[in-house]
Design a protein around this ligand. Structure first.
Ligand SMILES: Nc1nc2c(c(=O)[nH]1)N[C@H]1C(S)=C(S)[C@@H](COP(=O)(O)O)O[C@H]1N2
Ligand SMILES: [Mo]
Length: 332
């Protein structure tokens, strides 16, 4: 995404530049000064976030104790009128900024992320905060496979068979208290595997959130696998969100923390570019991004552009969530 860093907080004015410059490899290589600065302030930044693993940066292949659970039972209620995108494309054309800004960076770099064991915490406004292990959690969930469209805010899209479970089942498991209104999903923080997380002017860890009403909508899906196998790390293993009616940046990958709150969270992209990225981020072809049109999308692997649909084609399931929110910026 092309974004603009809004504030000068910890950073000198010269670093307040578009993300493609802040984050590009070229800048990382040339910007020794910027990196020195990152090192200088790293110690006092992110102090309230725990590094979730001290594991070595390179790991040998981890065995996946959930592999035998696949394939999950296909749920025919969730299919789309387009061809499924080839697996090789979905697994190699990725956004995962922890691992770099180029689309083929995650497939090359995400293998370094240790994902076993993977502890998941439920925090904040729940009956009783608790932690569980991913391999334990998955066995407690109603596993199924669904085919969904994916629409990135950058105007490309694909269709993938995701394996996982309804987010509602996870919400029931977490037991939020009645005053909780939002669920915040924070990704991992581990500078050993993601040197990009040394850039302290970027609001790591990647953070997104939904209202609990959205999280309990039938479409919200927690994804553990794709193409009938455990999820590749570049797609967000071991656990990611998928909200197919929203732009793809809402769907946090690699989640170890769910935090329940009554305050609307400030998300990663809201912090980086508040004029361009908002909380709701529902797909709408009639509302352009400030710097490009959202009216159509390139379908990966087809060489075709197709018209984008309101709510990415999922209005029947989700439009009612927003009927009383007309004054909000629902589509960015
Ligand atoms: N932790 C994390 N999650 C993330 C991102 C990211 O950079 N970091 N990128 C988002 C964006 S912009 C998109 S389009 C999707 C891409 O998912 P995919 O690579 O599996 O297609 O992941 C989303 N989840
Ligand atoms: Mo995206």
């Amino acid at each position: 995404m092309l974004i603009r860093t809004r504030r000068g907080w910890e950073i000198p004015e010269r670093l307040v530049v578009p993300e493609e410059l802040v984050m590009s490899r070229r800048r990382l290589l040339k910007g020794a000064g910027a990196l020195a600065l990152a090192g200088a302030v790293a110690a006092c930044d992110n102090s309230n976030e725990t590094q979730n693993s001290a594991a070595p940066a390179r790991q040998t292949a981890e065995s996946d104790p959930t592999a035998s659970l696949y394939p999950f039972k296909h749920n025919a209620a969730y299919t789309v009128d387009r061809a499924i995108t080839p697996e090789s494309i979905v697994a190699s054309y990725n956004n995962y900024y922890e691992f770099g800004v180029e689309k083929d960076d995650p497939v090359h770099n995400a293998g370094r992320l240790p994902i076993r064991p993977w502890e998941i915490s439920f925090e904040g406004m729940v009956e009783k905060p608790f932690k569980t292990d991913f391999d334990t959690l998955i066995k407690a969930m109603p596993l199924e496979e669904r085919v969904y469209r994916h629409r990135c805010v950058e105007a490309w899209s694909f269709v993938a068979p995701w394996s996982g479970f309804a987010m509602k089942a996870l919400m029931d498991y977490a037991k939020p208290v009645s005053g909780a209104k939002y669920v915040v999903m924070k990704s991992w923080l581990n500078t050993d595997v993601a040197p990009a997380q040394n850039m302290v002017w970027v609001p790591w860890p990647y953070t997104e959130g939904l209202t609990l009403e959205e999280a309990n909508n039938e479409l919200a899906f927690m994804v553990t696998g794709a193409y009938a196998k455990p999820l590749p790390k570049q797609n967000g293993a071991p656990l990611r969100l998928v909200t197919p009616w929203k732009y793809g940046f809402k769907s946090t990958k690699g989640i170890p923390r769910f935090i329940f709150t009554d305050e609307r969270p400030k998300t990663y992209w809201m912090a980086l570019g508040p004029d361009e990225y908002g909380f709701w981020a529902n797909v709408n072809p009639a509302v352009p991004h400030p710097r490009w049109s959202q009216s159509s999308e390139e379908v990966l692997g087809t060489g075709e552009r197709v018209p984008t649909q309101l709510y990415n084609g999922y209005g029947a399931q989700v439009a009612s969530l927003y009927s009383n929110l007309k004054d909000e910026r629902l589509y960015m």
